[in-house]
Design a protein around this ligand. Structure first.
Ligand SMILES: Nc1nc2c(c(=O)[nH]1)N[C@H]1C(S)=C(S)[C@@H](COP(=O)(O)O)O[C@H]1N2
Ligand SMILES: [Mo]
Length: 323
């Protein structure tokens, strides 16, 4: 999904990082740095997680799975999800994970402003303690026609909206990624409209499916997947699920989002998944599963129509809901 250099979808799949080639840092730390006797107790498991990630939130995971959100397919291997990424701040190739993994995620603050009762900036660990964490199994469908299924941990975006206390006049929620080209070399590419910006209507943001992800596979989220907090709106194409968010701003104007700004004829504000509406340059009828490589049919709203279709009733005539 690129307009000025080699498009991501044109990269041969064989160039994706093969599983298991790289040293597993966690496995190494576990075996070398921790006395065996400690590894047996639950407390030690928490300590081990804290040590392996040096992430102060490590002790919060794993969290209880919410059985309401289940899958029609196998969970994608963790090694695929953490090594095949779209994170243009670190480059437009899928293999940028080692650079992205160096993103410092502490200290990290989140600013909540715009049309709210009281603008505020909160520390990520304070926010995490205030939010109701749970695990959900979600599908993810990239506009480039690859897909994955991930056990995300996090909290409903609605909990953050309630915490923010938006004014009744707010219609949209704008979200922004960090801006620091000293750690994210992609942000030196001046033709992109940094910082990465995404948006939802307040109605979408408070839908039960809209989820803020803070962990995956029972651990803190790796930076390459958008830690310390990223969005998951699985009924929409993956580019809506903005990573490493630093700002939530409520507004009454439709947000100027990153991909729509770059290429409005191909990537719109709504971006709801629909197998019957092709991308101008490729079909959206099927998707390739990361891991197995299997091709499966794509579903309307990525299979989440029962939760979200009513958000759009009556809008089909005037809005391009599916691009
Ligand atoms: N800040 C930011 N968020 C982003 C992107 C990005 O380049 N920058 N890419 C998006 C796209 S196109 C997809 S498919 C998903 C990929 O998430 P993953 O790497 O965790 O699979 O992140 C989305 N969020
Ligand atoms: Mo994507």
């Amino acid at each position: 999904m690129l307009t000025r250099s080699k498009p991501g979808w044109a990269i041969p799949e064989a160039s994706a990082t093969p599983e298991g080639v790289y040293l597993n840092r966690r496995a190494l730390l576990k075996s070398a740095a921790l006395p065996l006797i400690l590894a047996a107790s639950p407390l030690a498991a928490g300590l081990a997680r804290a040590a392996e990630s040096s992430d102060p939130s490590a002790g919060l995971y794993p969290v209880a799975r919410n059985p309401r959100y289940s899958l029609d397919r196998a969970v994608t291997p963790e090694s695929e999800v953490t090594t095949y990424n779209n994170f243009y701040e670190f480059g437009s190739q899928k293999e940028i994970w080692r650079n992205a993994a160096k993103l410092p995620v502490r200290p990290w603050t989140v600013t909540i402003d715009g049309m709210v009762e009281k603008p505020q900036t909160v520390d990520i660990d304070t926010l995490l303690k205030a939010m109701p964490l749970e695990e959900r199994l979600y599908r993810h469908r990239c506009v480039e026609a690859w897909a994955m299924a991930v056990p995300w941990s996090g909290f409903p975006l609605k909990a953050l909206v309630d915490f923010a206390k938006p004014l009744g006049s707010a219609k949209y929620l704008t979200m922004q990624t960090f801006l620091d080209s000293s750690v994210a070399s992609g942000q030196r590419q001046f033709w992109y409209p940094w910082p990465y910006t995404e948006g939802l209507t307040v109605a979408e943001a408070t839908n039960e499916m809209a989820f803020i992800v803070t962990g995956a596979y029972g651990k803190p989220l790796p930076p390459q997947n958008g830690s310390p907090l990223r969005l998951a709106v699985p009924w929409k194409y993956g580019f809506k699920s903005i990573k490493s968010i630093v700002r939530f701003a409520f507004t009454d104007k439709k947000p100027d989002t990153f991909w729509e700004h770059l290429q409005a004829s191909e990537y719109g504000f709504w971006a709801n998944v629909n197998p019957k509406v092709p991308h101008p340059r490729w079909s959206q009828a099927t998707e390739r599963l990361l891991g197995s490589g299997e091709r499966v049919p794509t579903q309307l709203y990525n299979g989440y129509g029962e939760y979200v279709a009513t958000l759009y009733s009556g809008m089909e005539k005037n809005e391009k809901l599916f691009m």
